[in-house]
Design a protein around this ligand. Structure first.
Ligand SMILES: [Zn+2]
Length: 248
């Protein structure tokens, strides 16, 4: 059985109860970190998950609340003695900038560094990222203020789609079509983002079984946020909370 843990659920301004949105996906031999907010090593330690077990990192886009933890994570894994290769996936613009970010820290001078395999992706829909027995992951470019992508995960027991940051978007609707669980951002309408009502409309449009709101402002009334989504979607709606798990 696969498990997704919400390591953070807030928008770009976290608080003591909410780290910025990022997820850990555990499925068979794969442990996939989706985005790198804060210092992921701290969150993973709090979860009781050995950071050395991470096999893959997916960077959805290059806003600081999604990637700023990457240099620290890579440094810490090296200091913890990692030898195994690490995959990093992202749109080509994101991978270019991630490499530039690491070069600012002169990471090429960190002796005996484990292999990091970058996988730059074109601006397309339904690109296959990971294709293993325990999980298949596809990504599509979406509609944010900078190049961003949503990801769809297919497990033996069901499917999950994560919007990451995007305005309501046809490409995301095609990626999420018929998904069991839609994890959708609910930052609020405008500037390449989505309101809870619009997230509910998207869940209805794709025929999702359940809607989980994420990347919400920490100062809003979450019950009202959920109600707004429910007014546009007849399935179950919940707001993600830090440390929440879903099993698929
Ligand atoms: Zn963003």
């Amino acid at each position: 059985m696969a498990r997704i843990t919400f390591l953070g659920t807030s928008n770009a301004v976290p608080d003591k109860d909410h780290e910025s949105a990022h997820l850990l996906v555990e499925a068979g031999e794969r442990a996939v970190l989706v985005d790198c907010a804060g210092n992921p090593v701290v969150r993973l330690d709090q979860l009781g998950f050995d950071p050395l077990r991470i096999t893959d990192i997916i960077l959805t886009h290059f806003h600081p609340d999604h990637v700023a933890g990457l240099p620290l994570l890579l440094l810490d894994l090296w200091l913890m003695g990692r030898k195994a290769p690490l995959n990093i996936f992202g749109l080509h613009q994101v991978i270019d900038r991630a490499v530039q970010l690491l070069e600012l820290f002169s990471w090429q001078d960190w002796d005996d560094f484990y292999p990091v395999d970058f996988h730059p992706l074109p601006d397309q829909e339904k690109m296959s990222i990971i294709d293993s027995e325990s999980v298949k992951i596809w990504a599509s470019t979406t509609c944010h203020s900078i190049p961003s992508m949503g990801v769809r995960m297919q497990f033996p027991g069901g499917s999950v789609c994560y919007s990451s940051d995007t305005a309501p978007c046809d490409a995301l609707a095609r990626l999420a079509d018929g998904v069991e669980v839609l994890i959708h951002e609910a930052t609020g309408e405008g500037l390449g983002h989505t309101s809870p009502g619009q997230a509910g409309t998207m869940a209805s449009r794709v025929g999702a079984g359940q809607l989980i709101l994420i990347h919400y402002p920490t100062n809003v009334d979450l019950d009202a946020w959920v109600s707004q989504a429910q007014s546009c979607f007849s399935g179950e709606v919940i707001a993600a909370r830090d440390w929440m798990h879903i099993q698929i």
